[in-house]
Design a protein around this ligand. Structure first.
Ligand SMILES: Cc1cc2nc3c(=O)[nH]c(=O)nc-3n(C[C@H](O)[C@H](O)[C@H](O)COP(=O)(O)O)c2cc1C
Length: 150
């Protein structure tokens, strides 16, 4: 994609403990670059993991900012998927930003693995994407986005 990539960074080191605390207590971590960086773009596509059925907390400061400064945005994830789809995602994006995303793509690591036995959370967490997976998933994402971004 001819898009500029901006990496979201955190002030503090991320741990499994802080993931769980953020999601349980709805915390929003300090991140950089500051969310006003989004103002120079026409469309923002967030890419990140899903934690406990919701958008990973480091993306929240940007979604919150969009509520006050509306812009077209989408969300793309390669999440675990061991428990099936993540049905709360769309409502959360709408709640935080005030508007629907132009695209929401939630691909699952579980779908890359044999379906029998059903992949567990432990198995999806331990799985490392290989080059072929990354290429297939990237193609799927760009194909889906192409149809939705003007
Ligand atoms: C604490 C925690 C909770 C997670 N919850 C979900 C979930 O609810 N749904 C899902 O599909 N994946 C879930 N995942 C998997 C992540 O979305 C992601 O695929 C996984 O962390 C691998 O990406 P990473 O290497 O960038 O962390 C979770 C992962 C962690 C660490």
């Amino acid at each position: 994609m001819s898009a500029e990539h901006v990496q979201i960074n955190e002030q503090k080191q991320r741990t499994m403990g802080t993931i769980i605390l953020d999601m349980l207590f709805n915390r929003t971590p300090d991140v950089y670059p500051a969310p006003d960086i989004m103002e120079k773009y026409d469309i923002i596509i967030f890419f990140g993991p899903i934690w406990m059925g919701l958008v990973a907390s480091p993306i929240r400061p940007y979604l919150n900012y969009l509520k006050e400064h509306p812009q077209k945005y989408g969300f793309v994830s390669i999440s675990g998927g061991a428990d099936g789809s993540n049905p709360k995602l769309e409502d959360e994006l709408k709640k935080l930003t005030g508007v629907e995303p132009i695209t929401l793509i939630d691909l699952h690591i579980a779908n890359l693995l044999p379906s029998n036995p059903k992949p567990s959370r432990k198995v999806t967490s331990a799985y490392c994407l290989n080059d072929k997976d990354v290429e297939a998933l990237s193609n799927k994402i760009t194909q889906t986005l192409e149809g939705r971004i003007e």
